[in-house]
Write a protein that binds this ligand. Structure first.
Ligand SMILES: [Zn+2]
Length: 197
């Protein structure tokens, strides 16, 4: 039964190829238990689901979405293909603070691999990655970002020590009620949603 919405979504997509998503159907996809807190938290910032460039531009003009710098102490932004370098202010500030702590602890930097995605971006992503979520994600609200755990200092390899330091900071922020995070093994990243603390 849980795949029923998925089935209808796919069926609908087939018949409506000019628009890659249907908002009503997308909203109906039930999130996993692990993911639910992320969605609820991201809906606490007064931002409606980001459907396309026009929606993003509207929030940028209002000052509700701000640009994420390409680099700051402790992090680098990867070249983004399926997401855009904008976040709500609190998410950006939290990213910068966590990166700063990471740099102080390790003298290294981590790589942010994904930021904000519109529903249209998500459609494009789904064409290359069938694991990309069919439903909504906290990336669709400008509150979430992903940090790779296999690209510290731009070196593509596992680094258990740096990963441990990163996780220590994530856990600390989580315990302070500032973020939720999930380790996403398929994408080799931590998915982080900032809460409206
Ligand atoms: Zn993510």
């Amino acid at each position: 039964m849980r795949f029923l919405p998925l089935f209808f979504f796919l069926l609908f997509s087939l018949f409506k190829s000019q628009n890659c998503y249907d908002l009503k159907t997308v909203l109906k996809v039930e999130p996993t238990e692990l993911y639910k807190p992320h969605l609820l938290a991201s809906q606490n910032f007064g931002i409606n689901i980001l459907e396309n460039t026009k929606t993003i531009d509207k929030y940028i003009a209002k000052g509700k979405l701000v640009k994420v710098k390409k680099k700051s102490r402790g992090y680098r932004l990867q070249t983004l293909e399926y997401s855009r370098p904008y976040l709500v202010k609190k998410s950006r500030a939290t990213l910068e603070k966590m990166a700063n702590s990471f740099a102080s602890e390790t003298k290294s930097f981590f790589v942010v691999s994904s930021v904000t995605r519109t529903l249209e971006d998500q459609c494009r992503l789904r064409k290359v990655n069938s694991n990309a979520s069919l439903g909504i994600s906290s990336h669709n609200y400008g509150t979430a970002f992903d940090i790779s755990y296999v690209r510290f200092d731009h070196k593509l390899k596992v680094n258990a020590k740096l990963e441990k330091e990163l996780e220590k900071i994530l856990l600390q922020y989580k315990n302070l009620g500032k973020i939720f995070y999930i380790k996403e093994k398929q994408q080799s990243c931590y998915h982080i949603t900032v809460r409206n603390y």
